[in-house]
Design a binder for this molecule. Structure first.
Ligand SMILES: Nc1ncnc2c1ncn2[C@@H]1O[C@H](COP(=O)(O)OP(=O)(O)OP(=O)(O)O)[C@@H](O)[C@H]1O
Length: 260
């Protein structure tokens, strides 16, 4: 479903600040894969998401999603089929608009007509989707999103990214800024939504326990390359300590490697 071949991304090319952030990286994902991505600061994890979502330019290589070459497709076009969540819960929702207005915008994504007035049919879709989130937002459709907590906002962003099923969901440390209990809730929600709708998902995390607990494959990155690719069977048998040891052996451990 996702096929990345020989991908290279270079920042500030030809200057003293030139940086090869992704270095001839190749990767193949199957439909429904949930891949966790680990690697220390500067390994190139977010840049990889940037290249896939079109936020950063690809210098070399190809990115093919469901048989379509999207390597040089504009970011706004890709955003119709690729959902992306960031660490900051303030990104991804419009604070001065209500929950219903935000969901309406998300619902129109990928459709070629402009905004239509909210209908009762849409209203029911939103209420049911919010009920399913189970965080008490279903009775608050007219609440302005800016007044929600970080966790509620991130859960809403997740819902918005998946209301119309994306081809690919990119989660970039999307629970890192939340308190531990809320983080677990949003993480479980992400896993459930991905599973129920069979959404191919890539998730960056610095939490080794989460990297093991969620998904069916782990990728370890260093210097813009994938240096370890752990399959489902190996992952199932692996302990957090073993994963941390593997991480340490590569010289990748730093103070952002979290153990609970
Ligand atoms: N817009 C940019 N301009 C110049 N250099 C950049 C830019 N974005 C990232 N880089 C550099 O590219 C390298 C990879 O950065 P990236 O943010 O992808 O790493 P990361 O693995 O996501 O790190 P972290 O865990 O800290 O988020 C780093 O050396 C970073 O400084």
């Amino acid at each position: 479903m996702l096929n990345i071949k020989d991908l290279t991304v270079v920042f500030n090319e030809g200057t003293v600040n030139e940086k090869k952030a992704i270095d001839h990286l190749s990767l193949h994902l199957e439909p429904g894969d949930f891949v966790t991505i680990i690697g220390s600061n500067g390994a190139g994890k977010s840049t990889l998401f940037g290249a896939i979502s079109g936020a950063v330019e690809t210098k070399e290589g190809t990115i093919v999603l469901d048989d379509k070459d999207i390597t040089h497709e504009k970011e706004y076009v890709r955003s119709r089929t690729i959902g992306r969540l960031f660490q900051d819960p303030l990104r991804g929702t419009a604070p001065s608009m209500t929950i219903e207005e935000n969901l309406s915008l998300a619902y129109q994504r990928g459709k070629h007509f402009s905004l239509t007035p909210f209908t009762h049919k849409h209203h029911d879709v939103f209420v049911n989707a919010l009920k399913d989130l189970d965080i008490g937002l279903e009775d608050r459709l007219t609440t302005k999103v800016g007044t929600l907590s970080g966790g509620q906002r991130q859960a809403l962003t997740l819902l918005m990214a998946t209301l119309v099923k994306p081809q690919l969901l990119l989660l970039d440390e999307h629970t890192a800024a939340l308190d531990p209990a809320t983080s677990i809730k949003v993480m479980k929600l992400s896993e459930r939504i991905a599973k129920e709708h069979h959404i191919t998902t890539m998730m960056i995390t610095h939490d080794m326990e989460d990297a093991l607990k969620y998904g069916n494959r782990i990728l370890m990155m260093k210097d813009g390359k994938i240096i370890a690719d752990i399959d489902e069977e190996t992952k199932k048998k692996m302990t957090v300590e073993e994963l941390v040891r593997k991480f340490t052996e590569t010289g990748e451990a730093n103070d952002r490697v979290l153990l609970h």
